[in-house]
Design a protein around this ligand. Structure first.
Ligand code: OAD
Length: 229
């Protein structure tokens, strides 16, 4: 089976009703990254950080996977598919994808603010000040904030190095190290980038840019790839 690695960003979930970050109606227009998505923000204003992620969790409860999530799951019938997602939602899993690596963490999980190995599923949407891990430390969102290491990046790079095909979906490619993963993929491997505002990526051979939404572009590409094997 050929190996496909799929790198997804917020645009993947846009048609499920979840906001992206950098579009004109995106989250980073209503909030400053420095206020809600850094370790300093957590120390300075824990209430605002908790509120921001509680709101994201509430939105996720109302969201359903879209046609693009379901199409990617279909691809597993003929390919060995690994999803590497920057998204913290669980829509890939709910759409039926089996191997999903969450580069930037998971909204439905929380962890100790002292011991990162103590990770828990959060029942419901609300994480509050005073919610503690088993060792008595405050729980924090299980999210990779700006300025923090990305623990799964080596695993993601390894998947890219072994991929026969790469698909990028709904990402502005502004945030590293995720945006650099495409450079790990073999030059001869076909690469597809589906995003209505796909940015030009220099020095990448065999890259086909498809300027469509995920809901339009992904099912079409999946049909194409399924007919090739
Ligand atoms: P961005 O908000 O930077 O980019 C979203 C991309 O999705 C843009 O390129 C849009 O053109 C595209 N898009 C919008 N609607 C779409 C649709 N219906 N179908 C397909 N594409 C669509 O989001 P990311 O690239 O995911 O990290 O951002 C990367 C990281 O920056 C996020 O994981 C998050 C953020 O800060 C953290 O919070 C740690």
């Amino acid at each position: 089976m050929k190996k496909i690695v799929v790198l997804t960003g917020a645009g993947m979930s846009a048609e499920s009703g979840l906001k992206t970050f950098r579009d004109h109606d995106g989250l980073w227009h209503d909030y400053r990254v420095e206020d809600v998505a850094t370790p300093e923000a957590w120390r300075r204003n824990m209430d605002l950080v908790l509120e921001f992620y509680n709101e994201r969790r509430k939105n996720l409860l109302d969201a359903r996977p879209n046609a693009a999530h379901f199409a990617l799951a279909r691809l597993e019938g003929k390919y060995d598919v690994n999803i590497v997602t920057q998204n913290v939602d669980d829509l890939h899993e709910r759409g039926g994808s089996i191997k999903v690596l969450h580069l930037h963490g998971e909204l439905k999980k929380v962890r100790s603010s002292v011991d990162p190995s103590l990770v828990y599923e959060l029942p419901g949407w609300e994480l509050k000040k005073g919610d503690l891990c088993e060792k008595g430390s405050q729980l924090r969102p299980h999210i990779v904030w700006f300025g923090e290491p990305v623990p799964l990046i080596a695993e993601a790079a390894d998947l890219c190095e072994r991929a026969d095909i790469m698909i990028l979906i709904g990402t502005s490619l502004q945030v590293y190290p995720a945006a650099g993963l495409i450079h790990y993929v073999f030059a001869g491997a076909p690469k597809y980038y589906i995003d209505p505002k796909a940015v030009e990526v220099p020095y990448i051979p065999k890259l086909e840019i498809i300027r469509k939404t995920a809901g339009e572009g992904v099912p079409d590409l999946v049909d194409r790839l399924m007919s090739e094997v």
